[in-house]
Design a protein around this ligand. Structure first.
Ligand SMILES: *[C@@H]1O[C@H](CO)[C@@H](O)[C@H](O)[C@H]1NC(C)=O
Ligand SMILES: *[C@@H]1O[C@H](CO)[C@@H](O)[C@H](O)[C@H]1NC(C)=O
Length: 626
């Protein structure tokens, strides 16, 4: 029991190696196991990844022979899988995901005394939120591991100002096992607990390592932006600081239909009360409630004076549920009030307007055809303000909420029904509660650039960051001039930045930190992410074109996206096993990586005393980026 061998399988090494260059992270998870038993055993490799990450490589090495993964178009991969199934061979399907993660599972049957190494690589762009870049690793090896290590190297040419690392499972004893250093452009974190340090108690065989390991950092900002040029590609980071805040006009459109009754409406009231505590006195706000009917708190937007806030609190405490879901009526009323406020000019000219809609159901009163609702809403908003749609629970038509938000310059989020739902709601409000700039436009010389990612943003929120990347039309071009404009609280912010490749190269003298094509990959990542987003709301020919474009890039850069799969096949002589790694977008919970794992031949007969082989998990790991 005190050993690090569970049911014959020893995971003798697990390493999470992460390299971050200018917010672009490449993570490699390597897990090694040996079958210490004297019969065949199934070994599992479970990893949880952030939904925002793309798997870029996977391989299995069995007894020294490596079986690499190949990126294929999803349909082609599926056909391979189905061909195997149709031959009457056994097939297994694993599909799971958490709130911010997708689960990747693969298993392989290995002979007695055999060794297997799993190696998974994924890449992602770390997003900045609340003033920090955050990376999140779920650590769950499920057994003691002789050689366990997390090693994270960060290189930021702007210079690192702070670096934190913590784990939910870290005890006082383990605290000093986390080694953290940073100076100037480099940061390093290492966590390498010994076998004994992993034990829950001196003689226990259970592992303490079960929870979240989080790394947060930020960079120096002497200028509002930073431009980097490498190998014919550029990336432009924009995050001005010390700007005066814009006043905001915020409309809450809240679903009070019967299905919200009980805990959901309680949590909504709780969140709204907390939000009212944070509204600033130069903000304007209002509440629209929709059940079968639409109720407004006030006919107009109301200034957040102390008296009005008190009255609003009373109103919020009294919110109760009724009837069905007239989402259309609620949305249109909210837009109408916001439009009127701007037309009648009683909100400041320089103020940021926002609509936050919360629903737990599907429209069934008023107009209930979701395409019609989208058409009307888009026409009424006319791109003037972002719409944020929050889908509460499992009964929402999330696809509809997402499309409607994306075509109105906002985004959709899920609120998971749980004890912390009120916190999730508040957390979303916090993200958009400090607008600093409106109508941010980043201009690059049109004739010099191709493949420009999104370069116009409705709002810039404090603590976030705008990232734009592109490709030079002429690969030999090595300098770039950028004009940035945005509407601030007092005036227009406008400035010009120039950068050349030599300056970038100088900032990157520490070559060991660069994977040379990181800007190109960052560009591909961002382009695919934005094309997929565009594809969400597209139809017909536009959708076909977007699909072709995403597929092309995914195959070229070897990203597992919703349109591609990674296939791992073992040749005839080794039990004929194969697997496919998929990223899907269908169904709830949101997108998930689906791992089809199938055997082209039945498994070797299990010994009679273990007809159902126990599962051994090689551990789960995930990163979360905000
Ligand atoms: C994928 O990983 C395998 C095993 O480490 C390696 O041999 C191969 O070069 C990698 N492929 C890419 C495209 O990085
Ligand atoms: C651990 O086990 C050993 C051997 O069985 C025993 O001598 C020792 O006292 C145990 N230690 C604790 C803390 O239980």
């Amino acid at each position: 029991f005190l050993k690090n061998v569970v049911n014959g399988i020893e995971i003798y090494s697990m390493k999470i190696d992460s390299k971050v260059t200018s917010r672009f992270a490449r993570n490699v998870i390597t897990s090694r196991a040996v079958n210490r038993g004297n019969v065949h055993k199934e070994v599992f490799f479970d990893v949880e990844l952030p939904k925002t990450a793309f798997i870029t490589n996977f391989s299995m090495t069995i007894d020294g022979v490596t079986y690499p993964g190949y990126i294929k178009e999803k349909e082609a991969a599926k056909q391979e899988y189905e061909k195997a199934v149709s031959k009457g061979q056994t097939a297994g399907l694993v599909k799971a995901s958490g709130r911010k993660t997708e689960k990747f599972t693969v298993s392989v049957n290995i002979a007695a005394a055999s060794k297997v190494t799993f190696e998974l690589t994924y890449e992602e762009l770390l997003k900045r939120q609340f003033g920090k870049y955050e990376m999140f690793i779920k650590v769950k090896p499920k057994q003691l591991v002789k050689d366990f290590e997390i090693d994270i190297s960060i290189f930021e040419p702007q210079g690192i100002t702070e670096l934190e690392a913590e784990g939910t499972f870290i005890t006082n004893d383990l605290q000093n096992v986390i080694k953290k250093t940073f100076s100037d452009k480099k940061g390093h974190i290492s966590f390498k607990p010994t076998l004994d340090q992993q034990r829950t108690c001196a003689n226990c065989s259970q592992s303490l390592l079960d929870g979240d390991f989080t790394v947060k950092y930020d960079v120096k900002r002497t200028t509002p932006d930073n431009l980097q040029i490498v190998n014919g590609y550029f990336v432009h980071f924009f995050a001005p600081t010390n700007l005066p805040q814009l006043p905001k006009n915020i409309i809450f459109v809240i679903d009070i239909s019967g299905s919200m009754s009980g805990r959901e409406i309680e949590q909504t009231r709780e969140a709204l009360l907390k939000i009212l505590d944070d509204i600033r006195d130069d903000d304007f706000f209002n509440f629209i409630l929709f059940g079968s009917d639409v109720h407004t708190w006030k006919e107009k937007l109301i200034k957040a004076t102390p008296e009005n806030l008190d009255e609003a609190r009373k109103f919020v405490r009294g919110i109760d549920t009724e009837g069905m879901t007239n989402l259309y009526g609620g949305m249109m009323k909210g837009i109408e009030i916001l439009n009127a406020a701007h037309e009648e000019k009683f909100v400041p000219k320089r103020s940021a307007s926002i609509i936050i809609m919360l629903t737990d159901g599907q429209p069934n009163v008023g107009i209930s055809n979701t395409e019609d609702i989208r058409t009307h809403v888009k026409k009424a908003i006319e791109g003037k303000y972002p719409l944020y749609n929050l889908g509460f629970g499992y009964g929402v038509d999330y696809g509809f909420l997402e499309k409607m938000a994306l075509e109105n310059k906002g985004l959709a989020r899920r609120i998971y029904p749980d004890s912390d739902s009120a916190l999730q709601l508040q957390g979303f409000y916090d993200e958009v509660s400090n607008p600093m700039l409106m109508d941010v436009e980043l201009h690059y010389p049109e004739n010099e650039i191709s493949g420009l990612t999104k370069n116009s943003f409705k709002h810039f929120y404090d603590g976030s960051e705008i990232v734009v990347a592109g490709r030079f039309a002429d690969i030999n071009q090595n300098s770039l001039t950028v004009d940035v404009k945005g509407e601030g609280a007092n005036d227009v912010l406008s400035f010009t930045t120039q950068q050349d490749a030599e300056q970038t190269a100088k900032a990157f003298q520490e070559q060991e930190y660069i994977f040379g094509d990181y800007i190109e990959r960052l560009w591909a990542y961002l382009t695919i992410e934005q094309l997929l987003e565009k594809r969400t709301a597209a139809t017909g020919e536009e959708k076909e074109n977007l699909t072709a474009e995403v597929l092309d890039l995914s195959l070229k850069y070897k990203f597992v996206t919703p349109l591609t799969s990674m296939v791992v096949t073992k040749p005839e002589d080794y039990d004929n096993q194969a697997g496919i790694a998929d990223k899907t977008t269908e169904g709830f919970p949101i997108s998930s990586i689906t791992m089809y794992y199938f055997f082209l031949k039945p498994l070797p007969p299990a010994p009679s005393f273990a007809l159902v082989p126990p599962r051994f998990c090689l551990g789960s790991t995930y990163f979360k980026a905000f």
